[in-house]
Design a protein around this ligand. Sequence first.
Ligand code: AMP
Length: 215
Amino acid sequence: MKIVFLGAPGSGKGTQAQRLMAEHSMVQVSTGDLLREAVAAGSELGLLARQAMDAGELVSDEIVLGMLRDRLQRPDIESGFILDGFPRNLAQAELLGGVLAELGKDLDAVILLDVDLDILLKRLTGRRTCSLTGKLLNIYFSPQSELDACTEAGGELIQRADDNEATIGNRLDVYRQQTEPLIEYYGRAGLLHKVDGQGDMDAVYGRLVAALGLV
Ligand code: AMP
């Protein structure tokens, strides 16, 4: 399947996409991850992207689309993909339509993970990644045993640079102003499935696979 995940920062797109990828042989394509890799590698593109990312603004459509186009040309994409974090505005949605048409592909579904603002804030401020395993954890919601397992094995619980309160506010504003219009855009295209993204991760996953007709 070829899927787009829509949802505010902290709505669980990355977590759910990783599980869908593990269980249904699809590839997760996260433009945020691709950009963070470029920043970590110190590439020219990474340097250009970094300022916008640190401020919680969107990186230019041109940079993100270039990266995405390269990624969608790799052979692993043939088994299906989940676009996590792209498109983020109407211009990107139009550009995505063009790239997919060039590649002879169509989207099967767009999933909106719906989560209330107070929960989003806790998810974002509490979010950590274990430096050893890459596992996504949360200091408010993960079992203490899982947090301890990381630190006791010598790992660190790392917070993303843009998960601080000032940047989070900006990212949520950007979402409301630029990304939310895509709900109507994909609704009109008949592709949108709204999934309640609150509560237990397994329950959200259950609703997600049901919406995609994968059960
Ligand atoms: P994410 O990991 O999806 O929350 O993305 C982290 C940051 O990367 C965002 O706050 C943006 O600065 C940048 N970013 C990710 N995806 C896009 C995109 N499709 N367009 C523009 N900027 C993006």
